[in-house]
Ligand binder design. Sequence first.
Ligand code: PMP
Length: 296
Amino acid sequence: MQYFNSNTVLYMDGQFIKATEAKIDVYNQSLHYGYAAFEGIRSYHTHNGVRIFKAKAHFERLKKSCELAYIPFTWDIDELIKQTYKILEINHLKDAYIRPLVFCPPKMGLDVASTSNLMICAWEWEPYFGSKRLKVGISSYQRPNPKSVPIEAKISGHYVNSILATAEAKRRGFDEALLLDMNDFVAEAPGANIFIEKDGKLYTPALGHILPGITRAAIMMLCKKLDIECIEKQLSVEDLKAADSAFFCGTAAEIVSIAAIEDKTFSTKWSDTLGATLLRTYKSMVLEKQNYEVII
Ligand code: PMP
């Protein structure tokens, strides 16, 4: 995957600079200790032009992540959104993935940072809207205990857990991992939230041990509009295996159908599931189609 070329421009500390000329100090605390916060955001080429989906929610979560980790966040969110649109324009990007990162200056100690840096880059990312179905393995790695780190923050260091779970799932021949929480309840995928369908209702793990996904929130909002009952609660592996269907959701993945979890294959045809209905509606929503909630 090529993230940039010699023409790519990114935003760093208030300036637009060539990606090839961006530098970081190798003594920075973020590199050594994973002490940084980031976001993953999407833009879509809509009939209203290029639109960043839920830009404000993402930058607010970035701010919250920094606050929870005592990383200074000194930027104005509306200004950052403006500069992000500029990054897309300068790089001629329409369907893109946008990566803001707040990182910390050089310090080999473990005191909190007193200043921070902000970088925003973007690269092309075609929407794929659920074109594949995943075989999912339950990870032997748990999601971090919320008493050891603020799990609702998108902190770089947390993602070692995600990398380990992904590596294990791939080694076991699965496409993706599903992690449980410290009490063995269903939590989330390494980079996505999960919903299951049972008897015409949707269920998703309650907040507390997961990243509060912006896609998850958007799906819950769509459920209200579509009159689909959606219940947030603790879910066991047995609940999962008794489900009629299941899907992952996240900014990058959008909505992805789960074909099987370990030895349990979901027999309901994907096109007959609530996930498929939500996927059609989600796609219309991000593309800003009018009356997107009307199912046809
Ligand atoms: N959980 C984790 C651990 C993630 O990294 C992500 C991706 N940010 C999600 C859930 C989904 O969050 P969102 O819908 O905001 O992208």
